[in-house]
Write a protein that binds this ligand. Structure first.
Ligand SMILES: C[S@@+](CC[C@H](N)C(=O)[O-])C[C@H]1O[C@@H](n2cnc3c(N)ncnc32)[C@H](O)[C@@H]1O
Length: 296
């Protein structure tokens, strides 16, 4: 009889041969997902070399492992992604949230808490919301924050609405999903925002990502920021953020690790932005522009 350990080793080997970087992790998640168990249980069962559970659906596991060998993202196979403290539903047509964006969301939360303390209320706008990762995390972690999430892709909007709907009522009632172009969405709002946070598409068209999971499965609209440097869309969104924010409000915009100076310069060239600076992610790479809306 095979054991959990032998099956895990075999699955890990096959994923590793297919070029999957996180082969053991993914093998554990796929086995756990198929058996309806927690990944931690699979780790323990493998370490004890428990017998493979009788009746487990091997065909289903094989189908899922084959999809991963074909480099379909793990999150599309399980239908789930994790972001800070929340679980999101994802699938084809929506961008899979990345760990570096958790830091961007954290910075937006710090500004939102500051505004809440000063004003007793806070409005946050998440432009280019995708699955809702940033916006829903902000509403979850910052009490009373009223969060609007703007998204222009109909496919992504399905997940955005679904994820907003599946939050606890106290969070859900403070979330709003808006179908609009983030470069031109002012008319959707009847009050100024205290914080605009955004992870826009910013990859230059010449820099097609190497990993098939990204190149073939993330929607192009979520990746490519247009223009030679990939910053046409981010610059236009920065212009719109100016119009959405109250004086004293803050924009937090994610960008690529070599785009910090260009976005800072763009913000500094406008009389409506002050204190433009770049913050890094957990690996020390330039990751986000922060700027304050000033009055003139
Ligand atoms: C990099 S993804 C970020 C998604 C999500 N905020 C996250 O961090 O996981 C960019 C998202 O922006 C959306 N998008 C692209 N251009 C847009 C635009 N002009 N207006 C609104 N959304 C846009 C894409 O459909 C995609 O969902």
């Amino acid at each position: 009889m095979p054991t959990v350990g032998t099956r895990l080793r075999e699955t890990t080997r096959r994923l590793s041969e297919a070029g999957v970087a996180s082969a053991r992790h993914d093998a554990i998640v796929l086995i756990a997902h198929t058996l309806g168990l927690e990944p931690s249980y699979i780790r323990t069962a493998a370490a004890r070399d428990d017998e493979w559970p009788p009746g487990a659906d091997l065909d289903l596991l094989e189908a899922r492992v084959t999809r991963r060998i074909d480099r379909e993202p793990l999150q599309h196979i399980t239908g789930k992604a994790y972001f800070r403290s929340i679980e999101l539903q994802v699938g084809p047509g929506v961008f899979i949230p990345r760990p570096e964006t958790e830091v961007v969301a954290g910075v937006a939360m710090a500004y939102a808490r500051e505004a809440l303390e000063m004003r007793g209320e806070v409005r946050v706008t998440d432009l280019c919301a995708g699955s809702g990762a940033i916006g829903i995390a902000v509403a979850t972690e910052v009490p009373y924050a009223e969060v609007s999430m703007v998204e222009a892709s109909e496919e992504a909007l399905v997940y955005l609405r679904l994820n907003a709907r599946f939050q606890p009522p106290e969070v859900r009632r403070r979330l709003r999903a808006v179908y609009a172009d983030a470069r031109n969405c002012l008319r959707q709002f009847d009050a100024c925002a205290d914080v605009v946070v955004t992870n826009p598409p910013y990859v230059p068209i010449s820099a097609v990502p190497r990993d098939p999971e990204v190149a073939l499965h993330d929607p192009p609209q979520a990746l490519y920021g247009l223009g030679d440097d990939g910053l046409d869309v981010p610059r236009a969104i920065l212009d719109e953020a100016q119009r959405l924010l109250r004086v004293g409000g803050v924009v937090v915009m994610e960008h690529g690790d070599d785009q910090g100076a260009a976005l800072r310069e763009y913000a500094e060239s406008s009389e409506w932005w002050g204190d433009a600076h770049t913050l890094t992610d957990l690996t020390g790479r330039d990751r986000m522009l922060v700027a304050t809306r000033v009055g003139v």
